[in-house]
Ligand binder design. Structure first.
Ligand code: NAD
Length: 483
């Protein structure tokens, strides 16, 4: 029998009393790796109570001491990097190289949060009137929670956990029920860092567990990353319950290729953006817009790149693309490709119904390229979240920018060009939070905000960097007169 995963509450591994569990399956083999409990409202309540108790001392712990467990965590993550990457690939499907990169991105967030003694500083003015001083100090918000998606099980929880606890909050994580094993291992490492019990807790579950978090009066702030429909619902419910909330949602990322782009350099980057992580990145390019007369050269080169990508089990040497997360995802993506054909698209590379020797049970697709789709058709506007690139064409950069800005999402937009003036126009006019110029995956480093716009983000302060410090602290202004 696969193991039922325990929760990590008050510094102890605790068997969940949940009535229901879900299977966690390897997406490449369909082997069941573990059972994840759908923790109850009572279990969420217990975690909140322990977090509330731990908060009393943790918020009084000097920030220089609060970051010490994070230095130890960084060291443990570096030592366990390879093992974590293997767990991640096994539950999520991405290649080992992609998993290694993901863990590295997670570590970088821990490193940035170790700078909290400087990051959390406020500011002050002496003599705002004679003999009166004024200061702004940052204090922790309280008990906070994060709810994370399946596609970056090692990195996305670390957009939140290190900043939250370094700011003096206590923290509860509800990871994706599809990929809970990487965080299971990470919390085993957290247990070795000397972090006091109750400061960081792990509660498994799905929708009902999330709702228990959103409704709990003891939780002051909620961070969410996932699809836009759920992000919007989580935002509304948490806000209606008086919580501070930040919700990062889905995406449909366009890449514009101008006639003066260096295609030799651009194509590998665009192919990596569209097909890397099997297209299951919120920063995946899924709509390429060629401008002017480079249409033929671009489509020819992207077809080559798509058809030569090696698909297989992420742990096998030479694999360049793994499976998608579930059979339902595969069916949904194939359905969208069919829709593209009905809408007049021309299939240049058909990745449907891929069969990979030795992994017949896996959820495999191959890279797919759909040409000739109207820029406002279903596939060109819907988040596919699979290895499908649709290609549209525009006569001018102005027309391409207008197409980009008609997207409901605003997570990322990229431009490939040799022109500084075109790059500036794009950066200036495009309505998206993360912009790439001659970059295929414009993923912000940990010391910058992960800045989605429009339907890709609900809230005001984003994850990572200085935004995270603001999100996880209350500002208190003090006006003082002495003698
Ligand atoms: P999802 O919305 O299905 O699930 C995300 C989390 O919400 C999970 O923990 C899940 O248990 C919970 N959840 C699911 N349905 C719920 C409901 N009805 N009520 C309450 N909670 C619910 O997302 P996913 O499929 O795990 O992840 C893929 C999505 O995440 C894509 O849309 C992708 O673009 C997005 N994403 C966005 C970013 C970003 O930074 N903007 C980053 C990564 C992923």
């Amino acid at each position: 029998m696969p193991e039922q995963l325990p929760n990590f509450i008050a510094g102890q591994w605790q068997h969940s009393t949940a009535a229901d569990t879900l299977a966690v399956d390897d997406p490449a083999t369909a082997e069941t790796l573990a059972e994840v409990p759908l923790s109850s409202t009572t279990e969420v309540d217990t975690a909140v109570q322990r977090a509330t108790e731990a908060l009393v001392d943790w918020r009084r712990t000097p920030v220089t001491e609060r970051v010490q467990p994070l230095y130890r965590l960084k060291q443990l993550l570096a030592e366990e990097h390879e093992e974590l990457a293997r767990i991640l690939t096994t539950e999520c499907g991405k290649t080992l190289a992609e998993s290694r990169g993901e863990i590295q991105r997670g570590i970088e967030n821990v490193e940035v949060a170790c700078g909290m003694p400087s990051l959390i500083q406020g500011y002050n003015n002496e003599d705002i009137a004679r003999g009166i001083d004024e200061m702004m100090i940052r204090q922790p918000v309280g008990v906070v929670a994060a709810i994370t998606p399946f596609n970056f099980p090692g990195m996305i929880p670390l957009w939140f956990l290190p900043y939250a606890i370094a700011c003096g909050n206590t923290f509860i994580l509800k990871p994706s029920e599809k990929v809970p094993l990487t965080m299971q291992r990470l919390f085993e490492l957290i247990a070795k860092t000397g972090l006091p019990p109750g400061v960081a807790q792990l509660v498994h579950g799905a929708k009902a567990t999330v709702e228990a978090i959103l409704d709990h009066p003891g939780i002051r702030a909620v961070s969410f990353v996932g699809s836009s429909t759920v992000a919007a619902a989580v935002y509304r419910r948490a806000a209606a319950n008086g919580k501070r909330v930040q919700c990062q949602g889905g995406a449909k990322n366009p890449i514009v290729v101008l006639p003066d782009a260096d295609l030799e350099q651009a194509i590998p980057m665009i192919a990596e953006s569209a097909f890397g992580c099997a297209g299951q990145r919120c920063l995946a390019a899924s709509l390429a817009i060629t401008v002017g007369d480079n249409r033929e050269a671009f489509t020819e080169a992207i077809v080559d790149a798509a058809s030569s990508r090696r698909v297989g089990h992420g742990l096998d040497d030479g694999t360049e693309m793994g499976p998608v997360i579930t059979g339902e995802s595969k069916a949904r993506i194939e359905g969208l490709i069919d829709q593209g054909l009905r809408d007049g698209g021309r299939l240049l590379v058909d990745g449907r119904d891929a069969r990979i020797a030795s992994y017949e049970q896996g959820n495999f697709l191959r890279p797919t390229v759909l040409d000739n789709l109207a820029a406002d058709s279903t596939v060109a506007t819907t988040e596919v979240f699979g290895p499908v690139l649709s290609v549209s064409h525009a006569a001018t950069i102005d027309e391409a920018i207008a197409i980009v800005n008609r997207r409901a999402f605003g997570n990322m937009a990229c431009l490939f060009t040799g022109s500084g003036a075109a790059a500036r126009q794009f950066r200036y006019e495009v309505e998206a939070g993360n912009i790439g110029i001659n970059i295929g995956v414009a993923a912000p480093m940990a010391f910058f905000p992960f800045s989605g716009w429009k339907q890709s983000f609900f809230g005001d302060l984003h994850g990572q960097g200085r935004d995270a410090v603001q999100f996880y602290t209350e500002e208190k202004v003090v006006v003082e007169r002495w003698g």
